[in-house]
Every structure is written in C-alpha cells, then in structure tokens.
Design a binder for this molecule. Structure first.
Ligand code: HEC
Length: 104
C-alpha cells in the first residue's frame, strides 16, 4: 500500500515538472547564454562548463543557487539574478533535453 502511494507521488512529481517546463521557451531564453555555453549547451568559452545533457534538476538547482547567492560566481550570479522560476525551469529543460554522445 505504501509502495503504491510512493510510486504515485513520484509519478506526479515527474509529470509535474515535465508539464511545468517549456523547453522551447528555454531555447529562446538561452540566446543570452550562448556566448559562453553555446545555444545548445556545448560551451564556446574556455572557462564555461557544458550544460547539454546535464540533469534538469541539477541545472535548475544551480541557477537558483546563483540567484540566491548560495553559489557565487561573478558572471553567473549576474546572469541568474533576473531569471524567474519559470525561466529557470525552461532553461533547465532546454539544456537537459540536448542529447550528447560520448566517444571514448
Ligand atoms: C559570460 C559568460 C557566461 C554567460 C553569458 C552565461 N554563463 Fe553560465 N557559466 C559561466 C561560467 C564561467 C560558469 C562556471 C561558474 C562557476 O565556476 O561557478 C557558468 C556556470 C553555469 C552553470 C553551472 C553549471 C554546472 O555544471 O554546475 C549553469 C547551470 C549556467 N552557467 C547556466 C547559464 C545560463 C542558463 C545562462 C543564460 C541565462 C548562462 N549560464 C550565461 C559563464 C557564463
């Protein structure tokens, strides 16, 4: 019984985040990030990390941490400041949805 309740809760949480985020809106917003991270999240600046294919939850959490000041970086703190929760969800959805392939 408890297992079913947990499974339902997890399913609701997952579908909730998928519905809330709009990757197409995130793509449009990502124009502001492209100079360093690339439009699709493959970094173009040597000191910027790749965002493509990183977990949606992780990306959202990092942007919120920059915005709140919990994570500090001269540029990223400024970039994250004006972002709304919806912007962050959309940007995270966009970059997380980019498929990357490893070629060892
Ligand atoms: C001028 C260059 C620049 C721009 C523009 C920029 N970033 Fe960044 N970003 C960086 C750098 C450099 C870092 C690494 C910062 C650090 O060490 O904490 C970073 C880190 C990040 C991280 C953390 C990645 C990780 O792996 O932990 C995220 C998420 C991120 N940026 C998202 C964005 C988004 C979304 C935008 C556009 C709204 C954006 N950035 C615009 C340079 C930039």
């Amino acid at each position: 019984m408890r297992c079913v309740a947990v499974a339902v809760t997890v399913a609701l949480m997952l579908s909730g985040s998928a519905v809330a985020a709009d990757a197409a809106a995130g793509k449009a917003k990502a124009a502001a990030c492209a100079a360093c991270h690339g439009q699709s999240g493959i970094a173009t600046a040597p000191d910027a990390p790749n965002l493509a294919g990183q977990p949606e939850e992780y990306l959202g959490a990092q942007l919120k941490a920059y915005r709140s000041g919990a994570r500090k970086h001269e540029v990223m703190s400024l970039m994250a400041k004006p972002l709304s929760d919806a912007d962050i969800a959309n940007l995270a959805a966009w970059f997380a949805s980019q498929q990357i392939e490893l070629k060892p």
